[in-house]
Design a protein around this ligand. Sequence first.
Ligand code: HEM
Length: 481
Amino acid sequence: MPTTDGYNLSSMQNDLVPLMYAMHYIGLCLGIGLLGGVLRFILSHSSKTRQQTNLPPIIPIPDDQIYSNPREAYENAFKVSGSHVVGVKKKGRNFYFELEFIVDDTLLHDVLTNNQAFNFQDGVMTLLNMKFLNDSFTDYFARHDDLVRNAIVNRMPFVINQVFPVFMKNAEKLMREVNSNQRKHVDALEFFHYSLCEAMTKVILGGGLYEGFLEQKEVIGPAIWRKLTSGHRSQAAEEESFADSEGSVLDYLTCKYASGTENVGLQTFLKISGLISGNFFAAIHITSTVSVWVLFELSRRPELVSVLREELTTLVDIPASGKELPVLSYEVVQNAKILDSFIREVLRTKGDILSVCRMIRNDVRLDGYDLPKDHLIFGLTTLLHLSPKYQGSDASEIKYDRWVLTNKSAATIGKSYLSFGLGRWACPGRALAIAEIKMLIWSIICRATPVLEGGSYDIVDRLEITARAPRGKLVLVPYST
Ligand code: HEM
């Protein structure tokens, strides 16, 4: 049939037929391929879950309930199922095959201490969305653990001497700003972050490098590189006698990973820098956030501020002017039992709902159910921390002196106190964290009385309590003896 533009449409159509068939065929293949891909994706995520006929009860919890009242939402899941382990949809995901598992108080201890079945490193890397790096970081957590224990916690008296003057100096500066009306409301998180960051820089880099670092405001990488390639390297202490030395964390890492006279390569530099970055990450943020929780809860208890001041003055003579910085021994920090008990109470009652996590290593049987490998498993800590069964009838209250006459300090972990985890991977930095929180609180209350405007604060994220500090209008009312 002729067409207006002179082409024969039907012959053109005939010419196009093979092409159209080919296109259909390719389209069909692509479609099947795509469908296959999608199915494979779904199956790869759900195959284990689907194959399991003996999964724990899977409880649907809408996201809005998880975010608005996670404690009630998860505790209800146990109530309705009557089980000690439940499966729930991953937070913020749409598909029910994307499961994670939660255990109650009766199974928590087994999950946290059975490292064969439940893996700490895989769990953390997955939570941080960094699982793809897992193979390159095989020993990372063991090395980091070694660093915290040997270079920091084994030398607490020395570390305290380094840290406390930094806190006092910064608190004095903050109060100068408050007194000169430069600030009405104080951002406690910013103050704690800054002070901890400066203190950790001092502990990590050591004298000399730290001062230079502060003055020149440089990034930390070049300072590490200079140390590794300079004569300072040969002065690094021996690993065996490091506990008694006054060396920095960098000295420890240098003698551990870059001793000898040969040139330090990029690999060693990256290894050491990676450990130092991880240490900043682990040591600063959570400690700052918990310090805000402690300070805000303290602000709501003016009578406790006086009690803590009294406790401090029985232990050490801190001048209100702060001009002369007292030498504070680790013994003094440890002997502050009332403050310690209060911090434990804040961690117990305000800690994370799901504070501990592991990855299921291989298919495993737990409490009569089969849990598929490569899924995350969490413990619902509130069932321990806020339960009358473990804490007494007034479990939900903050009773500041609850632990004073016990041998349970804020850093003493145990089956009914999991703020620092449990087992092989329990937080190695907990003694430092508690000591720092005490010193930060002292640096403030020896100069000011913390008051929350309106007497209350807002919880920013009920699911990430130790990651997100509460928000409130904090006023520091100057105080002198
Ligand atoms: C109040 C502050 C802190 C809290 C609430 C806290 C809490 C925790 C928790 C819950 C874990 C996981 C334990 C488990 O799953 O069994 C952990 C691990 C860890 N924390 Fe902390 N932490 C704090 C401060 C610190 C500080 C100051 C450091 C370092 C100086 C640190 C270093 C680490 C490291 C390296 C790990 C990994 C586990 C290991 O290497 O053994 N944390 N922490």
